[in-house]
Design a protein around this ligand. Sequence first.
Ligand SMILES: [Zn+2]
Length: 215
Amino acid sequence: MQGIIEVVTRSPEKLISFINDTIATLSKASPNPAHFAIAEMERLGLLDAVITQNVDNLHQLAGSESVIELHGNVYRFKCTQCGERMKFSRHDFLEFLGRAVTGLTSHSFENLIEAMPSCKCGGKARLDIVMFGEQVQMIPESYRRIEGAKVVLIVGTSGTVYPASEIPRYGKKSGALVIDVNPRETFYADIDDYFLKGPAGAVIPQLMEEVRALL
Ligand SMILES: [Zn+2]
């Protein structure tokens, strides 16, 4: 948030173009075959939780229910006073952003703050996503869920962003088999039991297909 505040104070037009780009990206975003296959694993009782650095809500859109979001969720707001969280639908959120942009074009940064949703407590809310320098969310919950897992599936992450990068390592230490899916080599070569090279959208549905055949 601090970063955005600095940008908007310095040059509101940069924020406006950032928000417009965000609206364009989010309104087009939809789950890929990997998101759907992962949701199916959960439905079949094969998957306990998705731990993700993504903030785009696509796992939930695909049907995943147990999603641990380390960097928050772009459709959620958090009260700056009491911490209460407010989740928006994509439609309502994009409409809100559109209004905020209109406000910024003709008004000031104060108007953007004013345009943010209000909490029951009277406080103003901000986006519930982890900005640079802020603490990652739900790390203890991630460790709790991965402890004792039989399999850890690492999907599309190179393993360089700390502290999220340590979570699969903890799974391995507590006895999990590690399957790493990535088009490129990752920093998990030392803990991988299997490295499946390729894009998640192709590899994960194929993996699900193989698993289905065994059920
Ligand atoms: Zn509040």
